[in-house]
Design a protein around this ligand. Structure first.
Ligand SMILES: [Cu+2]
Length: 180
């Protein structure tokens, strides 16, 4: 085994010992240039297309993230669930729902029969904000209310999410902006 490794490979040795025997670099580049530029052009085109596709995807993702699915400043938001609807409202609303103030959350269910009272978990999309649950009491048929506070996010981001759990029925997620 060892004696085999010691044997020099003739071509490598020749190149190392006689660099002048290598083809001229300039000639080599010139010869390879057309092939190179064609494949480089193809690569650039591919990269540009990929960038266009990915930036479109990012743009639409940001748009959803920026606006949320519920404009709570304008009023309650309703979502379809199973054969009924879930409506979320947060009061008071002086031009916007304010963080660090006492808020009343109301969930109204239409054509849904929960096994027990719904609850709301407050958080932020893509962020761990610590547990913040709003327990709801039934105030009338299909209407549940509870008190809660939305904290200020250290990042300054204002998009919050209310995950509504309706036992025995399902879940609904509302994303909305708060005022700091
Ligand atoms: Cu946050």
């Amino acid at each position: 085994m060892f004696h085999l490794r010691k044997q020099p490979r003739p071509s490598t040795r020749m190149n190392l010992q006689h660099p002048s025997t290598l083809p001229d670099i300039g000639d080599r580049e010139a010869a390879m240039a057309p092939r190179h530029s064609r494949s480089v052009r193809l690569l650039i085109t591919t990269l540009l297309l990929l960038q266009i596709f990915s930036s479109t995807a990012i743009a639409s993702e940001k748009e959803t993230d920026a606006s949320g699915n519920c404009d709570i400043r304008k009023g309650a938001c309703t979502q379809a669930l199973e054969n009924g609807t879930v409506t979320l409202d947060i009061l008071p609303r002086h031009g916007g729902v304010k963080a660090m103030t006492d808020l009343t959350f109301t969930i109204t269910l239409e054509n849904l029969a929960p096994a027990s009272n719904p609850r709301i978990d407050l958080g932020m999309p893509g962020m761990k904000m610590g547990p913040n649950q709003v327990l709801l009491q039934k105030t009338s048929e299909g209407v549940y209310t509870g008190a809660g506070v939305i904290v200020r996010c250290p990042s300054g981001r204002t998009l919050w999410q209310a995950d509504v759990t309706i036992p025995g029925v399902g879940k609904a997620a509302f994303t909305f902006h708060v005022v700091y």
